[in-house]
Design a protein around this ligand. Structure first.
Ligand SMILES: [Zn+2]
Length: 233
């Protein structure tokens, strides 16, 4: 009886997908208080998959998004619970202080994230239409990046670059790009410390105006990456 009912639990997601009746193929585990939002959250996952597939298609990476990125998803209604799960799951020592804005991750084919509401309260400055959907897309984009590199995670380049790639692929902050001087851009490129994602969005586009995404990805793995960036006209 149960499986019969589940078979009819189709979900209609968003205006753009109004004609498609679909549901995620993986399990989504929610904090109890989030059960009322299950449909909205499921839709965000489906829309995120569509976003990333569309992005990949523009660069002929369709073959790299065929295999699902996510086998299981967990959404948390509190940052404390999320951090606790992440620490254990990622094998960090207990009481590891995770970054304040750490909101989602996709490791070992498990995606875990804050709920849309908690994400919003934690990072109000990062909110835009479809913020949560873009957050999920961002995490999948990191995995796409690894697939582009044939699994060589260490070739993803510096922080600003691999975060910039995921931000660009997820189309995050495209309508609120900060203006940065060239000097500020180079300071960010030279910095080994994790910085503002909005600024990364601007920095990434700055270089994308000078060369192709394919070249950026392949040079990011090289020791002379920054030198090479300086040589771009
Ligand atoms: Zn990221």
């Amino acid at each position: 009886m149960k499986s019969f009912l589940i078979g009819f639990l189709f979900i209609i997601c968003g205006a753009a997908l109004a004609n498609s009746l679909r549901e995620p193929t993986f399990k989504i585990i929610l904090s109890k208080s989030l059960e009322g939002e299950r449909e909205v959250i499921s839709c965000a996952f489906l829309n995120a998959q569509t976003r990333l597939t569309t992005f990949a298609g523009k660069f002929d990476w369709n073959h790299l998004v065929k295999k699902p990125f996510i086998k299981e998803a967990r959404i948390f209604d509190s940052k404390v619970e999320f951090d606790k799960f992440a620490t254990e799951f990622l094998g960090y020592p207990p009481n590891t202080k995770l970054p304040e804005l750490f909101s989602a991750a996709l490791e070992k084919e498990a995606l875990f994230a804050l709920s849309p509401k908690v994400y919003k309260s934690l990072y109000p400055d990062g909110q835009e239409p479809d913020s949560f959907e873009k957050l999920i897309t961002h995490e999948m984009a990191h995995r796409l990046h690894v697939r582009i590199l044939n699994g060589n995670e260490e070739e993803m380049g510096p922080i600003w670059f691999f975060e910039g790639f995921a931000i660009y692929a997820a189309d995050q902050f495209a309508d609120s790009l900060p203006n940065l001087s060239e000097a500020e851009i180079w300071t960010i490129v030279e910095s080994p410390i994790r910085g503002s994602y909005k600024k990364y969005a601007t920095v990434f586009r700055f270089f994308l105006n000078k060369t192709t995404l394919f070249d950026l990805i392949s040079y990011a793995a090289q020791p002379n990456f920054v030198e090479w960036l300086h040589s771009l006209k």
